[in-house]
Design a protein around this ligand. Structure first.
Ligand SMILES: Cc1ncc(C[n+]2csc(CCOP(=O)(O)OP(=O)(O)O)c2C)c(N)n1
Ligand SMILES: [Mg+2]
Length: 580
C-alpha cells in the first residue's frame, strides 16, 4: 500500500459513491445549461471534484499555466466572442493569483464567472492553518467582483448560479465569484433541482436567440422611457453643433449606431472599446482622438454632447494625463448603469437604458426628419489637423497595424500596454467591433496581451494577433506553451525596445535617473523554441506579408519580433493614411 504524503487532513476522505450525484457534478450540468462551452482552470486537491462530471458535458477544459492567465483568457474569450468565460480556481493562492485579472475585468465591465473552492464549512474563519486557508477569501474577492457568494449547501446551487447569470444579462457586467466549501463540492446533490430539459442557452449573451429563458434574462436590461427619448430629440433639434461619443457599452449595437450619427449629423468619437462601430473613413468619425487637443476642442466647443455607453474615463479621454478634457455644452448620457450616468461628469439629462434600445428608439424618431448640423466640414477640418500632427513613429506603427488588418481577414488585435498599442488606440481603425482591445484601458495590467489573445482565439476561432512588449510578455510568457499545446496559430507581435519603454520615457521627460527600466530581455528565439512556438525576426514589409499568410494557417503560436528602432517601420509610415 502506498501513502501519499501530500494528502491534507482537511480533504474529504472518501470519494462519492457511483450512484450519487455530487454538488460538483450538478454544478457542471448547470453550467452547460447556461451555455458554458469552455472552462479555464488549474486543478488542485481542493477542486478535483469539480472535474468528476466534466466528461459528461460538452464543456471543454483549457489549462493555463497560472491563474492570472486563466482570468485573462476568460476575459479575451468574452471580448472576442460575447460568450462568458468560466474559471475553476483553487482556494487561497489560486484566488490571490486571479484577482488581478478580475480587477481588469471589473474595470472594463467584462463578465467572467470564477468558481473556486474554499475550506470546509466547519473550518470557515478558523485561522487554524489549513491548506490554502485565507482569513476571509470572500471578503478579499468581493472587492474585485460584482458579487461573491458561497454555496453553503447543495440546495442553493441552482439559485446562486441563476443569480450569477442574471447579473451577466443585467445592466453593467463584470466578474462574479462563487465559492464552494470542499465538503459541499462532494456532498450529495441528487435531491437538488436539475437543469430543465430545454435547449441549452446560447452562450452568447448578445445572440438573438429566441430561447424562452434567454429572453427572460435579456428582459433584465433597462429599456428607455419613450418620454425621455422625445426629450432628447427636442434637445438635439435645438442644438447647433452637437457631438456624439460612443463607448464600449455600444459594442453590440447594430448598424443603428452609424445611422444615428448620420441622422443627428454629428462628429462622432469612439472609445478604444467601441472601435469598429463606424467603418474606417466614415466622414463623421473622428476615431478615438478625444485626448488630442484638436479632438478635445470639438467636444469642448459643442453645445450638446450625447454620450452613450461610455464611462467618460481617463484612459479614453485623457490618455496623456494632462487634464483639460472639458464638456461645456448640455451633457446627455445614456447608460445601463445608474451610477455611471453621473460620474465623472454629471449628466444634464440621464437616460438609464440599454444602448441598443435607446439608439434604435432615437433612430426611429429621426428617420423622417434627419437633422443638419453641417458636421461634415467640421470633421474634415479636424481630420486634416490630425494628419498634420502625425509623427513618423506614430505613422510607422499604425502602418504596421493597418497592413496586418488588411492582410489577415477578420483579424482580432489583442493588446497589452506597449507602444504600438498606444499608437493604435489613437490611430487604428477597426473594421468591426470586438476586433481591437487591450489592457491599457481601465486597470492597465501588463501581461494581459498574451493570455487574453489565447482566450480570444479559443472563443472566436478568428485569426488573432497579440501586441505585446518585451517587458509585458515576461509577466505571463508561460502561457505560450498553453497556445502551443492547443496548436493555436497565434501571432505574437513582440515589440522590442529593450526595456520598459513607456516608463523610461516618463523618467527621461521628468529628468529622473533611469532606474529599473533598462531591463535585460531574453533571447526570444530559443525561448520560443523551448515553449513549442515558432519565431521570426521581422525586418521588412514583404517578409511580414509572406510570413502572415503562411503562419495563420499553421498549427503553432509564433513570435514575430520587431525592433522598435527598425528602419522598415519608418519606411512603411510614409504610406500610412490616417482614417482609412
Ligand atoms: C502589472 C503592471 N506592472 C507595472 C506596470 C507599469 N508599466 C506600464 S507600461 C510599462 C512598460 C512596459 O514595457 P513593455 O511591455 O516592454 O512595453 P514598452 O513600453 O517598452 O513598449 C510598465 C512597467 C503596469 N502597467 N502593470
Ligand atoms: Mg519594451
Amino acid at each position: 500500500m502506498t501513502h501519499s504524503l501530500q494528502t491534507p487532513s482537511s480533504l474529504p476522505n472518501s470519494a462519492p459513491t457511483a450512484s450519487s450525484l455530487t454538488c460538483g457534478e450538478l454544478l457542471v450540468q448547470w453550467l452547460e445549461y447556461y451555455g458554458v462551452e469552455t472552462v479555464f482552470g488549474i486543478p488542485g486537491v481542493h477542486t478535483v471534484e469539480l472535474y468528476r462530471g466534466l466528461p459528461n458535458t460538452d464543456i471543454r477544459h483549457v489549462t493555463p499555466r497560472h491563474e492570472q492567465g486563466a482570468g485573462f483568457m476568460a476575459d479575451g474569450y468574452y471580448r472576442a466572442s460575447g460568450k462568458v468565460g468560466v474559471c475553476f480556481i483553487i482556494t487561497g493562492p489560486g484566488m490571490t493569483n486571479i484577482m488581478t485579472a478580475m480587477a481588469q475585468a471589473l474595470a472594463d465591465s467584462i463578465p467572467m464567472l470564477v468558481i473556486s473552492s474554499v475550506n470546509k464549512v466547519q473550518h470557515t474563519g478558523s485561522g487554524e492553518g489549513h491548506l490554502h486557508e485565507l482569513h476571509d477569501q470572500q471578503g478579499m474577492v468581493s472587492k474585485v467582483a460584482l458579487m461573491s457568494k458561497t454555496i453553503w449547501q447543495p440546495e442553493s446551487l441552482p439559485k446562486v448560479i441563476a443569480e450569477a447569470f442574471a447579473l451577466f444579462n443585467g445592466a453593467r457586467q463584470g466578474p462574479v465569484h462563487i465559492q464552494l466549501p470542499i465538503d459541499v463540492i462532494t456532498a450529495d446533490a441528487s435531491h437538488v433541482a436539475k437543469p430543465p430539459k430545454l435547449n441549452k442557452l446560447d452562450a452568447s449573451l448578445n445572440s438573438q436567440s429566441t430561447n424562452n429563458i434567454l429572453t427572460q434574462l435579456q428582459a433584465n436590461k433597462p429599456l428607455p422611457h419613450p418620454a425621455q427619448l422625445d426629450l432628447i430629440i427636442e434637445q438635439l433639434k435645438s442644438a447647433e453643433n452637437p457631438v456624439l461619443l460612443y463607448g464600449g457599452g455600444c459594442v453590440d449595437v447594430n448598424h443603428d449606431a452609424q445611422k444615428l450619427a448620420e441622422l443627428i449629423d454629428a462628429p462622432t468619437f469612439l472609445t478604444i472599446n467601441a472601435k469598429g462601430l463606424l467603418p474606417p473613413a466614415h466622414p463623421l468619425s473622428l476615431g478615438s482622438n478625444q485626448s488630442l487637443d484638436v479632438g478635445r476642442a470639438v467636444i469642448s466647443e459643442a453645445d450638446l454632447v450625447l454620450a452613450i455607453g461610455t464611462e467618460l474615463g481617463e484612459t479614453d479621454y485623457d490618455v496623456f494625463f494632462n487634464g483639460g478634457f472639458q464638456i461645456n455644452g448640455t451633457l446627455i448620457r445614456i447608460d445601463c448603469d445608474a451610477q455611471q450616468l453621473q460620474r465623472p461628469f454629471r449628466a444634464d439629462i440621464a437616460l438609464l437604458s440599454d444602448a441598443q434600445m435607446a439608439i434604435s428608439g432615437l433612430c426611429t424618431r429621426l428617420e423622417n426628419q434627419p437633422l443638419n448640423h453641417q458636421a461634415l466640414a467640421r470633421v474634415a477640418k479636424v481630420k486634416q489637423a490630425l494628419i498634420e500632427e502625425m509623427t513618423p513613429d506614430f505613422a510607422g506603427q499604425n502602418a504596421l497595424l493597418q497592413l496586418i488588418r488588411d492582410e489577415v481577414k477578420d483579424v482580432i488585435f489583442v493588446g497589452d500596454s506597449t507602444q504600438p498599442v498606444y499608437s493604435g488606440n489613437l490611430g487604428f481603425e477597426a473594421l468591426a467591433t470586438r476586433r481591437w482591445f487591450n489592457s491599457s484601458t481601465g486597470f492597465g495590467t501588463l501581461g494581459y496581451g498574451l493570455p487574453a489573445a489565447i482566450g480570444a482565439m479559443i472563443g472566436s476561432k478568428a485569426p488573432v494577433v497579440s501586441l505585446i512588449g518585451d517587458g509585458g510578455i515576461q509577466f505571463t510568457i508561460a502561457e505560450l506553451i498553453c497556445a502551443a499545446e492547443l496548436e493555436l496559430p497565434l501571432i505574437v507581435l513582440l515589440w522590442n525596445n529593450q526595456g520598459y519603454g513607456e516608463i523610461r520615457r516618463y523618467m527621461e521627460e521628468g529628468g529622473l535617473p533611469l532606474i529599473g527600466v533598462n531591463i535585460k530581455t531574453p533571447n526570444f528565439e530559443p525561448l520560443a523554441a523551448g515553449f513549442g512556438a515558432g519565431y521570426r525576426r521581422i525586418t521588412a514589409k514583404q517578409q511580414l506579408l509572406d510570413a502572415l499568410q503562411k503562419d495563420i494557417k499553421g498549427t503553432q503560436p509564433i513570435i514575430y519580433e520587431v525592433d522598435e528602432a527598425d528602419k522598415f517601420l519608418l519606411e512603411m509610415g510614409k504610406t500610412f493614411a490616417y482614417f482609412s
